[in-house]
Write a protein that binds this ligand. Sequence first.
Ligand code: IFM
Length: 455
Amino acid sequence: MSSFDLSDEILKKLPKHFHFGTAAAAYQVEGAVNEGGRGPSIWDIFSSTPGKTRNGDTGAISVDHYHRFTEDFVLMRELNIKHYRFSIAWSRLFPMGSGLINQQGVDFYNRLLDSMLENGITPMATLYHWDLPQALQDLGGWENRDTVYRFQEYADAAFRAFGDRVKNWITHNEPWCVSVLGNLTGEHAPGFHDAQKALTVAHHVLLSHGLAVQTYRGLNQDGQIGITLNLTPVYAQTPGSDDDKAVVINDVFSNRWFLDPIFKAQYPKEMTQIIGELKNAISIDDLATIAQPIDFLGVNYYQPLVVRYDENAAPFYTENVTPQDRVTSMGWPISGDGLRDLLLRLQKDYGTCPFYITENGAAYSDQLEQGHVHDDERVHYLSDHVLAIAEAREQGVDVRGYYVWSFIDNFEWAWGYDQRFGIVYCDYATLQRYPKDSAWWYAKHISRHQNLHMY
Ligand code: IFM
């Protein structure tokens, strides 16, 4: 019994078929970058460029999930985890981004899916988790409208190849990161510093989402499709003061830039002052295409933001005053209440929609001690956030699942292997896996939840 155990009363608020899962992404776990006919992605190029990642780390081997997925799914089964969100590497199916499909790539994901299902694990597949084929980047990447149509073809091929087993599809993971980190701050691949590029990329990624949803509907497969956004609740340090202006700005930049086009077929008008005007890229029907009805919204939530207005700090006019008393090793402040507030707000402003928390979790500097990792802080984090979901459900929000980021420690992009997000520890020298205390905590809660809903 841990002091972070959730009561039966709380677990009962999560419905019988609630997904308790874990999540990961192709480039972060697969490794085997030169196997199976895979073509290079922008992350192969970016991570092998000196100075772009901590210690020059790359995803070339990572946790070698490509060869060890069976072991990983057996471990998931032992941990009672019945839902897994993974991503497909576009350049395994289309090494050059388009053209002829690479059968070895199809075979790999067939084996992966079959193994998942044999272990009683339901897949949720993400089509794009940041690993654009380099061949398409060479033609302009997401800034080039043509990439949108190549994505549609790739999505169509993936639906046809795997749609018999995958019934939960996510078009894109965190388009904000693709646009801002990849094209404005340059922290992520392809590494540009250009606001106009970021705006255009965001628009094209959203457009490709809408087209992929249309394509999926056209195939009449009996599944559901949505998109995953990284979202942040924004609070004023002193509500009712000028700080409210900083809230609007940050909310537009962090949340509404993507939510408004998807749910309301429009961009927030404040975007122009904050980041600039979207020029040239937009065609007349684009927003209607982007706003295709979706079956669910995937929400990735890690941290809240508290702001104070600062008139000298254009264009955000913001001082970040988020309390730092409880932070993860990424320096991210922790607030389960933030997740509850975010869900309530989404329901209020964008209407009733099924939600999956497609990512939530925390990095800590875990220590392996005689085969064990005592990660109480992560247990505390997970407990707070599952509780927040139960509270949101009690207030009428239709949250249908929770996927911990991540199943196993992995390549954390620009942070390389410095940050461990897994509930399973990976010894990178031997690639051996060790469930952390948080994995056992999760396993126990999944099983208790199941038992409570047995009858
Ligand atoms: O590792 C990432 C993931 O790829 C996208 N969402 C946030 C995670 C933690 O930074």
